[in-house]
Write a protein that binds this ligand. Structure first.
Ligand code: ZN
Length: 365
């Protein structure tokens, strides 16, 4: 499985100007070569020696490859356009790279001891730049896989590295199933097919921290310190992301401990279902955070050889597992006329475990 690990760079001012120059030169070269291809109406054979640019030859080669795929995309767009009815046809433009970016292939960069090293050209001479990076434990673990290309780009003012990593999926040895219900009060509940239950995360703590962040933001809002508010917001986002990483890790570990082959989750999407069919969908303010947690569970499960299946979320919080009648739970307590009683949060996970599985393995509809 191929994944991308995104890490934040902490370059010095001098390094920033070197990276800026390189990425600017890189997109200039890609756009220039792509324009040549368009003019010739063919993907010409270019060598790094024949191409003039203030870039090392490995990076030039990468730019040539990028230009080829830009040209291919352009040709595909032309072809697709030609198949449309004349009144629907539009002028097809050559895609032009605008965002600063540069790519180094796997032999041209290293990452060790929190330092990312890659070459840039200064006055025709290759120099290695050593930029400190911030890695989470999870990223550190992922980066033990087979490293591919390094892509450096700028996003909302920050320099980030996107590293392609080939990670091996483990063969599944499990047999059992678990249903996992994601919620607000309790971030996640898992029930195994043998009836074991585990609650994950701390919904109340979540709320307290969120409230603290919010009131701090409001205080700052009065002082109109926009940059500080943004920093706070970023910090809050990081904190929540970190929580999702922790919870997903715990869910997958629980699955592993219980010899599970398949994790069942609710299908989350804003397209097919409305807010009525699932309390976690559509315009729900929290839908994104559910989606992210589900995504993390899938990632981590796949790495451990555990399959993830998505089930139809309709009525999972209302159906009685024994008689299949629908009831609304009162507070945390679910009672059915047939005598069945259950903690409401467990009920969702129990029903997810046996709900109809939706085909494919995509998270969205
Ligand atoms: Zn019942």
């Amino acid at each position: 499985m191929q994944i991308t690990v995104k890490i934040k760079l902490e370059p010095t001012r001098e390094q920033i100007s070197l990276i800026q120059a390189t990425t600017k030169e890189y997109i200039r070269l890609v756009n220039h070569i792509a324009a040549d291809f368009v003019k010739a109406d063919a993907s010409l054979t270019y060598t790094s020696k024949a191409v003039a640019a203030e870039l090392s030859s490995a990076v030039k080669n990468q730019a040539i490859r990028d230009a080829k795929s830009v040209f291919k995309k352009y040709k595909n767009n032309i072809r697709a356009n030609a198949e449309l009815k004349p009144e629907d046809q539009k002028e097809v433009r050559v895609p032009i790279l605008k965002k600063p970016v540069s790519i180094w292939n796997n032999q041209n960069w290293t990452l060790a001891e929190g330092i990312l090293r890659f070459p840039v050209l200064i006055d025709g001479m290759s120099h290695r730049v050593s930029v400190p990076v911030l890695l989470t434990d999870y990223q550190h673990e992922l980066l033990k896989g087979k490293l591919g290309a390094l892509r450096i780009t700028q996003k909302s003012g920050k320099w980030i590295a996107q590293i392609a990593v080939g990670v091996s999926e483990k063969e599944s040895s499990g047999e059992g199933f678990i249903g996992v219900d994601l919620g607000l009060k309790c971030p996640a509940v898992a029930v195994t097919d043998t009836g074991k239950t585990r609650f994950f995360g701390n919904g109340r703590l979540n709320k307290v921290v969120k409230r603290r962040f919010r009131s701090a933001r409001r205080q700052l809002g009065k002082l109109k310190k926009v940059s500080v508010i943004r920093k706070r917001h970023d910090k809050e986002q990081r904190w929540m992301k970190d929580q999702d990483h922790k919870i997903s890790r715990q869910i997958v570990n629980f699955a592993k401990e219980n010899n599970v082959a398949v994790i069942r989750l609710e299908q989350l999407s804003g397209i097919r279902q409305t807010a009525r069919t699932s309390r976690k969908n559509a315009k729900n303010l929290h839908s994104w955070s559910f989606y992210r947690l589900a995504l993390y569970v899938r990632y981590k499960a796949q790495l451990m050889g555990i399959r993830v299946e998505y089930v139809d979320p309709r009525h999972t919080s209302q159906t009685c597992p024994r008689c299949k009648e629908l009831h609304k739970a009162k507070d945390r307590d679910y009672r059915c006329s047939c005598g069945y009683r259950m903690h409401r949060d467990r009920l969702g996970a129990i029903n997810i475990l046996s709900a109809p599985v939706i085909g494919g393995n995509s998270l969205s509809a």
